[in-house]
Design a protein around this ligand. Structure first.
Ligand SMILES: [Zn+2]
Length: 257
């Protein structure tokens, strides 16, 4: 009986230490800037274009996101602006999905520049702007801080590293990062989407030139991430050049007014 009691005490003490440590960690890294709305208004074009009611919703969801996902700097100072931009990149793709929660991300690491696939910033082959972790880095995302900021400084150039990486997480939410985000695509639309995606990738490869970022021809997952950037940054142009793709993405992201 005494042994049972002793074990219980040890377990309870362990839990107390664990949760206190957890709370402490959250306190250090999960920072929700007090001036979130102002930062959104000044720096996020998508937010500026929302009506007042949607602005309130967007602001709440950005804050919600930052209470669950920490933004940490690796050799860089994380500013409130960075936190808000990361969260904006997370919310933009799934803004139409009121109940969407990212269950596959706990932490976003900001690097001082580009990095290599081995996460080294000094590597000669550093050319990666963002990455969603796998294996040991499961639940982590890495973004280049300069690329994150420039993504929102140029909101209509078709490139947004944060939207790109969060599109990968939306795709990954069903268990596989394969260019087929099953939470966005009901069954009858999966085959038409895959067909359209493959036709476009094949055309990009054949011509070796496209209005779509050529990196999207790497594989299906990269295609979905790249076309999501294009969709949210230059919708009119995408609609002109690829009306069928545009219609499908509009249906997937529920952005049709
Ligand atoms: Zn990618």
């Amino acid at each position: 009986m005494y042994i049972g009691l002793a074990i219980s005490v040890i377990i309870i003490a362990g839990l107390v230490i664990f949760f206190r440590k957890g709370l402490k960690t959250n306190k250090v890294n999960n920072i929700v800037p007090a001036n979130t709305r102002q930062l959104l208004e000044e720096n996020v074009a998508f937010y500026k274009n929302l009506d007042d009611a949607d602005k309130v919703t967007f602001d709440v969801r950005v804050k919600d996101f930052l209470t669950t996902v920490a933004v940490k700097g690796i050799e860089v100072e994380v500013e409130d602006l960075d936190r808000v931009l990361v969260a904006a990149g997370a919310i933009i793709p799934i803004f139409a999905f009121n109940d969407w929660k990212y269950n596959n991300i706990w932490e976003v690491l900001l690097y001082k520049g580009t990095f290599s696939k081995e996460y080294s910033t000094d590597d000669a082959q550093r050319n990666v702007l963002g990455m969603v972790g796998d294996g040991a880095l499961h639940h982590e995302m890495i973004l280049s801080q300069p690329s994150l900021r420039s993504s929102f400084i140029h909101p209509t150039d078709g490139h947004n590293t944060a939207i790109h990486e969060f599109a990968h997480l939306v795709d990954k939410a069903d268990g596989s990062t394969d260019g087929v985000p099953e939470y966005l695509l009901t069954n009858p639309y999966v085959i038409p989407w895959v067909t359209r995606m493959h036709d476009t990738i094949n055309e990009m490869k054949r011509k070796n030139h496209s209005d779509i970022n050529q990196y999207g021809a790497t594989n299906d997952a990269e295609f979905f991430a790249v076309i999501s950037e294009y969709f949210f940054e230059k919708p009119e142009q995408l609609k002109d050049h690829h009306p069928e793709l545009y219609d499908m993405l509009e249906m997937m992201f529920h952005t049709k007014k």
